[in-house]
Design a protein around this ligand. Structure first.
Ligand SMILES: *Cc1c(COP(=O)(O)O)cnc(C)c1O
Length: 304
């Protein structure tokens, strides 16, 4: 399973006539790796370089049960010869690794886990806890939860590096805000960057402002579907329909919600005609399997 940046091509989505003259394109960052979210790879690149330059042989990071970031650190770490440690939220998961596709994949990549209670997870960055981990595992390069820091933003800038065409809007899903910050810094001032937060709550703008060097961006807060990893049958059927129609798979946590939002906004006339939109497919497809396990348990339709 190799990392292939050259596969992150731009693909046109041929929208039906009711969408007017707005044109939609998708940058397939999801194709960089089968299991690793494209944006997570971008965010890790310069961090792994810093870890290597600093003489570290181990990466440590944090995440939940279905975290794209955990999968990415495990795979990218393995590819570059690092040992990897994952601090995982939820003690009960220690006995369920085999049933959890994300953790199983990370373990196969050589990641070692430290499972902690939800309560302890809140203090995961406290000096005492980090000290405990260092005593147990030796020294490590710490990658923050979700992977966002200066170096991650620098890596995300490169998503737009080889993009030739003149797009009026660049859209992406937002978690911690690192990816959109990179897109903002890599954009031209006539472009507008739209972020679609995958979670509820207005705390993101402050984080983005910390990293972003331009002000040509805004967040569209209407498509989080109730919060992080919350989904409904409407979203599932949208994701399945979109894949059937355009041969582009979307994930239920990030890119599915973003694309739902983009198409809804086009229909509502949000984008002046004839705008050209570039949606960044950040990946997240590894999370589908885990989400489907939960959907089946609830006897809901699954993602194809
Ligand atoms: C993590 C992730 C995001 C959010 O990226 P941030 O830099 O945290 O905002 C978007 N899409 C996918 C698929 C992700 O895995």
């Amino acid at each position: 399973m190799k990392f292939k940046l050259e596969d992150a091509v731009i693909q046109k989505v041929l929208l039906p006539p009711e969408y007017g003259s707005v044109q939609l394109f998708v940058k397939r960052e999801d194709r960089i790796h089968e299991h690793v979210s494209g944006n997570k790879y971008r965010k890790l690149l310069y961090n792994l370089k810093a870890a290597k330059d600093g003489g570290f042989d181990t990466l440590l990071t944090f995440g939940g049960a279905f975290s794209n970031h955990i999968a990415a650190v495990a795979a990218a770490g393995q590819a570059q010869g690092f040992k990897t440690l994952g601090v995982i939220r939820g003690e009960e998961l220690a006995y369920k690794v085999a049933d959890n596709p994300t953790l199983k994949f990370a373990e196969e990549c050589g990641m070692q886990f430290q499972f902690v209670t939800r309560e302890d997870y809140r203090y995961k960055t406290s000096p005492e806890f980090i000290q405990q981990l260092e005593t147990k595992f030796g020294s490590f390069y710490l990658v923050p939860e979700g992977g966002t820091n200066e170096l991650a933003v620098k890596g995300s800038e490169e998503i737009l590096k080889d993009v030739q065409e003149d797009f009026d809007y660049i859209c992406c899903a937002v978690g911690t805000g690192g990816t959109i910050s990179g897109l903002i810094n890599g954009s031209t001032s006539t472009q507008k960057i739209l972020g679609f937060p995958a979670l509820k709550g207005g705390f993101l703008s402050k984080d983005i402002s910390k990293f972003a060097r331009n002000t040509n961006w805004s967040l569209i807060e209407d498509y989080h579907f109730g919060g992080y990893a919350k989904i409904n049958e409407d979203l599932i059927s949208f994701i399945n329909q979109f894949k059937k129609q355009y041969q582009i798979p979307l994930d239920p946590v990030y890119t599915g919600k973003m694309m739902y939002g983009i198409l809804d906004l086009i229909k509502k006339g949000y984008f002046p005609e004839p705008s050209k939109i570039l949606a960044i497919h950040t990946g997240g497809l590894q999370g589908i399997e885990g989400m489907n396990i939960n959907l089946k348990r609830k006897q809901l339709p699954i993602i194809d």
